[in-house]
Design a protein around this ligand. Structure first.
Ligand SMILES: Cc1cc2nc3c(=O)[nH]c(=O)nc-3n(C[C@H](O)[C@H](O)[C@H](O)COP(=O)(O)OP(=O)(O)OC[C@H]3O[C@@H](n4cnc5c(N)ncnc54)[C@H](O)[C@@H]3O)c2cc1C
Length: 242
């Protein structure tokens, strides 16, 4: 893996490049895989950049209103860290009963070898893993899709996925990582996070689906209602017949 230069000088140079460059596109394009994001998380993670310094530089350049989305994302980081201070080692346990309605016994403990090797045949997920392993990075939206696939489609405990991320991410941070996995899993949110093929195709600009081996048999195909009924049958039954 090629590790970028660390340290405050490098971090500040990258921050300057972001604020003087395309920071204004952030709110509108941050969910697109090829959209504008800062890429600053490893420097923030290791304290080479203080989150407050990053916030102040972006607000000074763009003004409070235009910088609001970016500042709110930094706010998530701050929030996850405050929760970590509260829960300590319990960050490895489900913080709430799962919002999926599924019993814990349905979920496996380990990530299968083909998932970790990026050899499942699903072009999107395999590409995310290849990028993660080669560069230590993964776009936020890809992290959400991958985590959702692992927990809700493959029915693997979120802890297995969280450990896999912590082993590879350059910005690996137990608070942001574990609590984001719990948010996706529905053990620290009121609703499990899922997506469908159209959503992934839209934000990846069709980059994966066209040549995918599973194009005609995609596990993510369907409306959100159909996918929820398939993935969380007990929850859907409970909502229909309270
Ligand atoms: C399953 C999963 C695991 C994650 N694991 C980590 C992790 O180990 N370390 C980590 O720093 N972030 C983690 N995140 C949050 C987020 O994906 C990264 O912070 C972001 O992708 C970093 O890229 P960036 O610096 O270009 O972010 P930008 O979008 O440019 O955001 C600026 C900064 O705000 C903070 N930030 C942005 N989004 C989030 C978020 N959703 N939660 C918390 N902080 C955020 C980061 O410090 C980031 O550098 C995870 C998200 C998910 C869904």
């Amino acid at each position: 893996m090629k590790i970028p230069k660390g340290g405050a000088t490098e971090g500040r140079e990258r921050l300057r490049h972001f604020v003087e460059g395309r920071a204004r596109d952030y709110a509108a394009t941050r969910n697109d895989l090829d959209g504008t994001v800062s890429g600053l998380s490893p420097w923030i993670r290791y304290g080479a950049l203080m989150a407050s310094e990053v916030r102040d530089a972006v607000v000074a350049r763009m003004g409070k209103e235009s910088a609001a989305k970016f500042v709110s994302e930094l706010g998530w980081r701050d929030y996850w860290h405050r929760v970590y201070v509260e829960v300590g080692e319990r960050i490895w346990e489900d913080l709430r009963p799962s919002a999926t309605g599924n019993p814990a016994s349905l979920y496996s403990e380990e990530l299968p070898p083909d998932v970790m090797a990026g050899r499942t045949g699903l072009r999107c997920m395999d590409s995310f893993v290849a990028e993660l392993v080669a560069s230590g990075t993964m776009h936020n939206h890809a992290r959400m899709w991958f985590a959702s696939w692992v927990v809700h489609w493959l029915r693997i405990k979120w802890q297995a996925g969280a450990k896999f991320f912590l082993a590879h991410l350059l910005d690996a941070d137990i608070a942001s990582n574990n609590l984001s996995w719990q948010w996706v899993a529905g053990t620290f949110s009121s609703k499990p996070y899922i997506f469908n093929r159209q959503n992934l195709d839209r934000f990846s600009k069709g980059r994966f689906c066209s040549g995918c081996h599973f194009r005609e048999n995609c596990p993510f195909e369907g409306t959100y209602e159909e996918l929820e009924a398939r993935l969380f049958p007990r929850l859907v039954r409970r909502l229909e017949h309270p």
